[in-house]
Each structure stands twice: as structure tokens, then as C-alpha cells.
Design a protein around this ligand. Structure first.
Ligand code: ADP
Length: 492
């Protein structure tokens, strides 16, 4: 295929269609001509033959009547038939007959005259057959007439059924041949006109067919060049319409993929920018403090100690960030297998409430737990589940004011449902869709030390446990995080 969208004329669909159509028409015309010629030729020859035989029989009967009655004037009848039909007719006497035919009934040339001329041999053969009784029929290319002729001969019977002579009729078939040739000429001319008309029909037909194909080709080339907005714009109910629709669907899919790819590229860029940003602050702080300490500017032990503590805290936050990132990438890797053992969620919550208790107590936040069953088993990784619920409980305490409560509810129905509800600041409806994104964090005062990775990790852990995580929140009223997990039932 050429790049410049040009197809050679001989390869064009239109040209091929026209060629096929014309060849088909031509073959049909030639076949019709041949069949016509054969049928028409055979029919006319057969008709003439029948006519000649009929006349020969009649002449033979008339001659017999003349002979038996002894009347004169047979040749007048004979000449009449000869002239009407434009045939050559002879009445020849049989030289071997006992009662020879009267010379007044002979047309002129005698049997001996015929024998004397070499070219008359076919006529002599026919005359002989008539003398023998049955008569003759021949179709032949004749030397005398220099064309195809038909010969018919019949016996003339006298007294006692004796063959006394013969009727010989000869006719040329040239006129008939001319008629056939004329008809043939008409057929050829009609075919030429038909070819001309077919050219117009093929132009319309081929344009109808090739235009959508060429439009689809242009669209495909545009898609290949990266213009995924290209559409064929063809609406038809036939197979071409189906194909065009498929090309349009393909272009839509390509466009969607392109948008998705660009989004992913942007996310990757944002991700790196976020990591760099998160690491920059602790590194800058550590560097500044290390420089200050190494310059020996700070002398007081107490101040030095403060610097070390700050550096340690920054190191810890970097460690947490790197740890969170590692865990997140592990969780997102489909090849990474999490531990899978029966875990009692009630036990997990006892564990995390113990850990979070101290922070909750500082803000005088009450943690209330309701569970409808002493055992709520799911299959999974104890440490990861603990980490996941810890993120939520941590946030619930972090984003709640003092003297509030956090309600934890574990329920069992066809699934295990866990709800962690706080009475905190709540989440703005415009932010709620983003909170599970990596590095998403609010600018709230409570969130100074957050990395924005907690909920992203929690979501991945839930997914890896075939569970789901959902959030309901209203600003100022609090937030509720709801998990669902499939039960673990021990095989009995
Ligand atoms: P962070 O480390 O910043 O807490 P998370 O991924 O855990 O990161 O949370 C992302 C954001 O979701 C938070 O910055 C906060 O805006 C919002 N958020 C999460 N939990 C709560 C909650 N219980 N109440 C209000 N806002 C919350």
C-alpha cells in the first residue's frame, strides 16, 4: 500500500469491477450469439428442407397424374413453384424405364446431360436415388453454385408404379445465412451499447462500494498516525456498514486507551514528584542540623540534644515513608502472595485498641466496640489486617476533637462487615473520591505528619483480602469507614 493514499488505476476496485462486469457481459453476448446462430441456422435449414420435400412430393404426385391421364402442361405447374420459391427444379426422365416419360414433361437437361458434367456428380447421385425409389436429401458446399445448397430428389411414377423419372430441387441457403449474419450484427451492436450502459451502472455501483472502503482506509491511516479522534462517518445497514462501525469502535477504544495511558503517565510523574517532595523536607532538615552541629556553632548540650532528637524524628518519618511505599508496591504486585491463615477480627481489634488506647486517652476519646459474635473469622494476614484497621482508627482519632467517641462495629451476615465511625471533622464531598489516592492528604492542622499513603495502603490490603472499603462522611459530623469481607468457614 502506498503511503500517499494512491492506488494504481489497475488495482482500483472500480476498474476491477468494470473489467469483471464487461467480461461477463461479453461472454454472455458471445454465448447468446453462438447459440442463436446454431439454433436459427438449424431451424431455417430444417424448414426449407421440409418445404422442399413437401413440394417435391406434390410435384411427383402431379407428374404421375399427368402421365396417367396423358394431359399436357406439367411444366407450367413446375415453373410456377420454381418461380414462387426461387428454386431450381428439374424433371428428368429415367432412361431405364420401360414406359418412358413424355419429353414434354422434361425440363430440358436429360440424365445423360447431368452425367456428362463432372461438377453435377452430386445431382446425379440424388437423381439415381430417386430412380431407385426413396429419393434423396443433401446439404453441401457446391462447386456450381459456389455456396451451400440443399438438394431434394423424388421419384416420378408412371403406370404400374414404375419410376419413370425424377424431380430434382436445388436451392441456395445464402439468403438465410445473410439473415443470420444480420441478426448476429444486431446482437454484437446491442452488446456494445450494453457495455456502454454498464459502464455508467458500474460507475454508480463501484462508487457506492469503493467510497466507504476508501473512507475506512483513510480513517485507518489516521488512526495509525495517532489521530484517535478519526471516525469513518459511514452509516449503512450492510456488511460495509458493519465494518465501518467496527472501525469506529476501534477508534473509540484507541482513544480511551490513549486517555488512560496519558492519565497513567501523569500519575507516574505525580508519584515521583510526590516522593521527591516528601523526602526533600526531612533531608533538608537533617542536612542543615548536621552542618550546624559539625560547624560547632551550637555549644549548649541541651540544644544539641534537641537537634539530635529532631534529626532522629526526621529519619523515622523517612523510614516510615519508605516502608509505606515498599508495602504499597508489594501489595500492588499481583505476584506478591499475602499470608493466608484464619484470623479472628475480634482479636485484631483487641490488639489495635490496646495500641491506640494511649493516643485516644490523651484526647479523652472513647473507643466503643460492638460485636454480634465472639468469633468473626476471615482468611488473611494478621499483621496486614492489623495495619489496615490501625490506619483507619489512627485517622479517626487524629481527625476527632477531644472528648469524642469512636464506634467500632463488627457484624456477621452473608459477609463480615466492619464499621469504624468517628465524630470528627468529616471529609469534604469534593475530596471524598480522592482520599484513597496515593499521597492525597488534607491541609488540616491535625495532619501535619501525614504522608497520604495510609488509606491507599488500607485499600490495597482490603482488596488483597477479597474485601472492599467504603466511606461515608459529612463535614462537621464525622466519617464512617465500612469494610466487607467474605467469611472463613472451617470445613467440617
Ligand atoms: P494521612 O497519612 O494524611 O492520614 P491517609 O491516606 O490516611 O493519609 O488519609 C488521606 C486523607 O483522608 C487525610 O489527609 C484526610 O484528609 C482524609 N481522612 C482520612 N480519614 C479521615 C477521617 N477519619 N476524618 C476526616 N478525614 C479523614
Amino acid at each position: 500500500m502506498s503511503k500517499d493514499n494512491k492506488v494504481h488505476i489497475y488495482n482500483r476496485l472500480f476498474f476491477k469491477l468494470y473489467l469483471n462486469y464487461s467480461v461477463m457481459l461479453l461472454v454472455t453476448a458471445v454465448l447468446i450469439c453462438l447459440i442463436f446462430m446454431k439454433l436459427y441456422g438449424d431451424m431455417t435449414i430444417k424448414n426449407i428442407k421440409e418445404q422442399m420435400e413437401d413440394r417435391a412430393n406434390k410435384l411427383s404426385a402431379i407428374a404421375s397424374e399427368y402421365i396417367i391421364s396423358g394431359k399436357e402442361g406439367f411444366l407450367t405447374d413446375l415453373n410456377l413453384i420454381s418461380e414462387v420459391n426461387d428454386w431450381d427444379i428439374w424433371s428428368i426422365s429415367n432412361p431405364d424405364a420401360i414406359n418412358r416419360m413424355s419429353t414434354s414433361m422434361e425440363t430440358g437437361d436429360t440424365y445423360e446431360d447431368f452425367i456428362a458434367i463432372e461438377e453435377y456428380a452430386p445431382y446425379v447421385e440424388s437423381i439415381n436415388k430417386a430412380f431407385q425409389g426413396p429419393g434423396d436429401y443433401q446439404e453441401r458446399d457446391d462447386k456450381v453454385y459456389e455456396q451451400t445448397i440443399l438438394i431434394v430428389s423424388k421419384a416420378i411414377r408412371g403406370d404400374g408404379q414404375e419410376v419413370v423419372g425424377a424431380i430434382l430441387i436445388v436451392t441456395k441457403v445464402k439468403d438465410q445465412k445473410e439473415l443470420i449474419e444480420k441478426s448476429l450484427y444486431m446482437i454484437v451492436m446491442s452488446s456494445v451499447v450494453a457495455l456502454g450502459i454498464s459502464f455508467v451502472i458500474v460507475i454508480i455501483f463501484a462508487t457506492e462500494l469503493s467510497l466507504p472502503i476508501s473512507r475506512m482506509r483513510t480513517t485507518a491511516l489516521e488512526l495509525a498516525a495517532g489521530n484517535y479522534k478519526a471516525k469513518t462517518g459511514i452509516k449503512r445497514d450492510d456488511e460495509l456498514g458493519d465494518l465501518a462501525k467496527t472501525v469506529d469502535i476501534l477508534s473509540e477504544k484507541l482513544l480511551e486507551n490513549d486517555v488512560e495511558r496519558k492519565k497513567l503517565d501523569q500519575m507516574r510523574l505525580d508519584f515521583f514528584a510526590n516522593i521527591s517532595h516528601e523526602l526533600r523536607t526531612p533531608i533538608t532538615v537533617i542536612r542543615a542540623y548536621t552542618e550546624t552541629l559539625s560547624d560547632g556553632v551550637v555549644q549548649e548540650e541541651e540544644k544539641k540534644q534537641q537537634y539530635y532528637e529532631r534529626m532522629l524524628s526526621e529519619c523515622k518519618s523517612m523510614e516510615r515513608l519508605v516502608g509505606d511505599l515498599l508495602l504499597l508496591s508489594k501489595m500492588q504486585n499481583p505476584d506478591f502472595k499475602i499470608e493466608s491463615e484464619p484470623v479472628n477480627l475480634n482479636q485484631v481489634f483487641e490488639d489495635i485498641i490496646r495500641s491506640a488506647g494511649a493516643i485516644a486517652e490523651k484526647k479523652n476519646i472513647k473507643i466503643a466496640v460492638t460485636k454480634d459474635s465472639p468469633v468473626n473469622m476471615i482468611l488473611g494476614d494478621y499483621d496486614r489486617l492489623r495495619q489496615m484497621f490501625m490506619v483507619i482508627l489512627d485517622n479517626a482519632i487524629k481527625f476527632s476533637d477531644e472528648n469524642k467517641s469512636v464506634h467500632i462495629k463488627i457484624e456477621k451476615s452473608d459477609k463480615i462487615m466492619v464499621s469504624i465511625k468517628d465524630e470528627g471533622v468529616g471529609i469534604d464531598p469534593t475530596d471524598i473520591h480522592n482520599i484513597f489516592e496515593k499521597f492525597y492528604k488534607s491541609n488540616l492542622r491535625q495532619n501535619a505528619s501525614g504522608t497520604g499513603l495510609g488509606l491507599a495502603i488500607a485499600k490495597q490490603i482490603a482488596i488483597r483480602h477479597e474485601g472492599s472499603i467504603d466511606v461515608k462522611s459529612a463535614p462537621g459530623e464525622g466519617s464512617e469507614f465500612i469494610f466487607t469481607f467474605p467469611h472463613f468457614r472451617e470445613e467440617v
